[in-house]
Ligand binder design. Structure first.
Ligand code: NAI
Length: 476
């Protein structure tokens, strides 16, 4: 079997790499319209960082895994084609700011219709609104050449960035939606056969196309909802003296609830949660279900509130002004083990601090400096890109980032931040020295003993560091 995947991004890349690893009998060609991206996939420095990805790519590349910009040949030769292109939120027109923009999916479908000379199974791997497969089918069938048959399947991807390889190797489930016709069932069987190379058959769920499409939106909505739920309680904790970690532990031990995704933080980011919930909201509004739309809107609103609340806390703690203060930002990616910055909470935090006149020293182990500058000078973030460039310095080492700063802000939960030498950091910072732990990863007691003022999410600390530095042992 020959497989082609259109879209060599965070999903297409790792998915095809693992598929190639586990299916030596299948030839997979991953194509993209971006010449630069394909060149990177064919180089030693892959375009995305994912733990374990390099090894898999090196093993399979040019054996049964190929990266190419020759979309036409790949489509022509493939029996099965994954569409794994981006589906961002629309930025203009009908549904602006909510609906998924399907222009890339549509353009992929049109390319297939134009190029195909034999039967194809077209698999929608991108996250799409319910009934998007119908639109793809419409395009394909309207442009159908005589004798060519298309089957459309929905096969949403559930991997999480940062753990993509493990998620793909040990998927909780693979979901395949298809048409309820004999041909549809055959197409589902063919795709299922690929996954059966490494996924136990009982973990491969088959359903109708619409349920499959909606399940992906539902899964992301549920995951984001848990984060917003615990984040909402973090505000209650800070106002009452409760500790959100203790609350999360107590709640999570209930087997009906479970402990995963109950970590309070500065807010969720990433390319998917917000986009997919907005998409769900848009669908609900169009289906005349305003109560359902309003329910899910709250998940987004709470996340915005959390990001703003954390940024405000920094400013208030620093005597209500950060103007001309240097602030170190540790971590810019939306989560650890990825270099992806799409919708990262760090952008909101940096934006707020920059607007208030702070100078920022930013360090992230995996995000390219140009990416950080691009994000912070984007028209949606600032009207004065030149001013931002002057106020931001990117560092390649955390110790140089924190030197002579008034405060250190943790925006991403990178493991390496836990093991930093905080005594050394304290020495090099301005006093009083503040730490704002937006990810709750540091040992706050120890930091206070060193002399830091610590602020975090979901737990109120007294100004113990300052009192201790005056020789007063505070009564907690
Ligand atoms: P991405 O932006 O990293 O990659 C998409 C790629 O598609 C880009 O390289 C782009 O150049 C290429 N592309 C767009 N139109 C094309 C065309 N007509 N021909 C050839 N190449 C084309 O996006 P990512 O993150 O891989 O997401 C892809 C889809 O998977 C989205 O629908 C997303 O919602 C979904 N998804 C993403 C997850 C994630 O963690 N990033 C997880 C699960 C699903």
């Amino acid at each position: 079997m020959k497989v082609c995947c259109i879209g060599a991004g965070y999903v297409g890349g790792p998915t095809c790499a693992v598929m190639a690893l586990k299916c030596p009998d299948i030839v997979i060609t991953l194509v993209d319209k971006s010449v630069e991206r394909i060149a990177q996939w064919n180089s030693d420095k892959l375009p995305i960082y994912e733990p374990g990805l390099d090894e898999v790519v090196k093993k399979c590349r040019n054996v049964n895994l190929f990266f190419s910009t020759d979309i036409e040949t790949a489509i022509k030769e493939a029996d099965l084609i994954f569409i794994s292109v981006n589906t961002p939120t629309k930025t203009c027109g009908n549904g602006k700011g909510r609906a998924a923009d399907l222009k890339y999916v549509e353009s992929a479908a049109r390319m297939i219709a134009e190029i195909a000379q034999s039967n194809k199974i077209v698999v929608e791997k991108s996250t799409v609104p319910v009934r998007a497969a119908e639109s793809i089918m419409h395009i394909l069938r309207a442009n159908q050449k005589p004798g060519i048959h298309y089957d459309i399947l929905s096969n949403p991807e559930f991997l999480a960035e940062g753990t993509a390889i493990n998620d793909l190797l040990n998927a909780d489930r693979v979901l395949i939606g298809g048409e309820e016709t004999p041909e549809g069932h055959q197409a589902v069987e063919k795709l299922s056969w690929i996954y059966e190379h490494w996924i136990p058959k009982q973990n491969i769920l088959t359903t109708n196309t619409w349920s499959s499409e909606l399940s992906k939106l539902a899964a992301n909505a549920f995951l984001a909802q848990r984060i917003s739920s615990i984040n909402s309680l973090s505000a209650v904790c800070e106002a009452t003296g409760a500790d959100v970690s203790e609350v999360a532990r107590a709640v999570g031990l209930d087997s009906r609830i479970g402990s995963k995704f109950l970590q309070a933080s500065v807010g969720f980011g990433g390319s998917c949660f917000q986009k997919d919930i907005l998409n769900l909201i848009y669908i609900c509004e169009n289906l005349n279900l305003p109560e359902v739309a309003a329910y899910w809107q709250q998940v987004i609103d709470m996340n915005e509130y959390q990001k703003r609340r954390f940024s405000q806390k920094i400013i208030e703690s620093l005597f209500n002004t950060v103007s001309d203060k240097r602030i170190a930002i540790l971590g810019f990616a939306f989560k650890k083990n990825t270099g992806d910055t799409r919708e990262t909470a760090a952008i909101t935090v940096c934006q707020t601090l920059l607007e208030e006149g702070a100078a920022l020293d930013i360090y992230d182990p995996k995000v390219e400096p140009e990416q950080i500058i691009d994000d912070l000078t984007h028209p949606s973030v600032t009207e004065s890109p030149e001013k931002v460039k002057k106020a931001v310095q990117i560092h390649s080492d955390p110790y140089s980032a924190v030197r002579a700063t008034h405060a250190l802000v943790i925006c991403t939960e990178w493991d390496e931040f836990v093991d930093l030498d905080f005594k050394r950091i304290y020495q090099s910072m301005m006093k009083p020295a503040y730490i704002f732990d937006g990810r709750k990863i540091l040992d706050h007691e120890r930091l206070q003993q060193i002399g830091f003022h610590v602020q975090t999410i979901g737990k109120k600390y007294q100004r113990t560091g300052l009192l201790r530095s005056w020789g007063i042992v505070p009564q907690l």
